[in-house]
Design a protein around this ligand. Structure first.
Ligand SMILES: Nc1nc2c([nH]c(=O)n2[C@@H]2O[C@H](COP(=O)(O)OP(=O)(O)OP(=O)(O)O)[C@@H](O)[C@H]2O)c(=O)[nH]1
Length: 125
């Protein structure tokens, strides 16, 4: 099983979502940015690293939110979502082709990666 971290980055009342770029697994689906846990790093370190690499911003990882295990056709992932806040930097999309700052109630307007659905549902409650 692959552990994947995901950041729910809050700025005021809005949260950041990003769309997976063409050519990637699940291209075109929206997600919470993040990525696979490397050996010898904590989940918090992984998330801060991935967000810096993918989005060019520095975040603070505030708290664990929810996790979900999902079986894709060729892999099983443990998706771990954390509430985060923006510390500094301007976003540059390096891995995604779109981003949006949205209110939680707008989550229903976007098609999320299947593994994210329970996390999206929790955010809508
Ligand atoms: N970052 C992120 N990945 C997610 C989410 N939901 C979800 O199913 N994933 C999946 O978890 C894996 C995370 O991989 P990644 O973003 O680090 O790397 P990648 O696509 O370049 O890797 P890969 O193509 O080798 O699988 C991908 O298979 C991705 O589709 C999510 O909300 N955030």
């Amino acid at each position: 099983m692959i552990t994947v971290t995901a950041a729910i980055i809050q700025k005021g009342a809005k949260i950041l979502i990003t769309r997976r770029a063409p050519g990637k697994h699940l291209a075109g689906y929206w997600e919470f940015p993040g990525g696979k846990l490397d050996q010898n790093e904590t989940e918090q370190e992984c998330l801060a690293r991935e967000i810096q690499e993918e989005l060019n911003i520095t975040i603070q990882v505030d708290e664990f939110y929810r996790e979900n295990i999902h079986q894709y056709a060729n892999k099983q992932i443990l998706l771990k979502a954390f509430k985060c806040s923006l510390v500094s930097g301007d976003i540059i999309l390096r891995d995604h082709d779109k981003m949006a700052w949205i209110n939680n109630n707008e989550l229903t307007n976007y098609e999320f990666a299947p593994a994210d659905i329970p996390i999206v549902k929790a955010l809508l409650e």
